[in-house]
Design a protein around this ligand. Structure first.
Ligand code: 3NM
Length: 221
């Protein structure tokens, strides 16, 4: 995976779209220019079994149409069964080095990290990128830790400059720039796109905000 693919990293499960068809929301997000997608099927009413496999296949097919990596959260079997491009795991989802051995080097491995020690461990386990947060307050993860601001991105970036980081937690178009300025390659969002009245437009605006922050002065409005 290249760093540019982390710029606007959309995360969604079937329960995140405020009653709208999740595949329609994903299609809009892709049209708007998200650069990566993670299927994160969690919480009450989460799909399981065949409905989950069908939904995952639908997400994968849409991502393929747009040439966007399709990543599965925390479900190695589903990731392998759907031919996902990658797997993302949290600190509680198993041993990252062991998972890397099981998926091999061709699959992307993302790991959530909340401090520099977790970043170091994820790096030596073979993570391709880190998700670090919550940067701002979030309502999308009931068990999220307290918001940390951009500090933890700054410190992980200075310790491991080559390891790509995406910030997560409460990020929107109007607060994305500090996350990039702290050293992140991109931003991960659920609600900024999945809850937006117009997900395509929200994705486009977020992409523009990230581009401007990555290359100040180079992007025409
Ligand atoms: N992980 P929103 S915060 C899935 O801090 C997730 O590890 C987090 O959703 C972490 O963009 C979070 O709606 C939720 O705030 C992000």
């Amino acid at each position: 995976m290249n760093r540019e693919q982390l710029a606007v990293y959309f995360i969604m499960g079937s329960g995140n779209t405020a009653g709208r068809d999740p595949l329609a929301v994903l299609g809009s997000a892709l049209r708007g220019g998200v650069t990566c997608f993670q299927l994160r099927e969690k919480g009450p009413g989460a799909l399981k079994g065949e409905p989950l496999a069908d939904f995952a296949a639908g997400c994968r097919d849409l991502c393929r149409q747009y040439g966007v990596p399709f990543i599965v959260n925390d479900d190695l079997e589903l990731a392998v069964a759907t031919g996902a491009d990658g797997l993302h795991i949290g600190q509680e989802d198993g041993n990252a080095a062991e998972i890397r051995r099981r998926i091999g080097n061709r699959m992307i491995l993302g790991v959530s990290a909340h401090d520099v020690n977790e970043a170091a461990a994820a790096r030596s386990a073979g993570a391709d990128y880190l998700g670090m947060g919550p940067v701002y307050g979030t309502r999308s993860k009931p068990d999220a830790r307290a918001a940390s601001g951009t500090e933890l991105i700054t410190s992980a970036k200075s310790a491991y400059p080559d390891l790509p980081i995406v910030g997560i937690g409460g990020i929107r178009e109007d607060n994305a720039a500090p996350v990039i300025e702290a050293g992140a390659s991109g931003v991960s969002v659920i609600s900024a796109i999945a809850h937006a009245g117009d997900p395509e437009r929200a994705a486009r605006e977020l992409r523009q905000a990230v581009r401007e922050a990555l290359e100040p002065g180079k992007v025409s409005k």
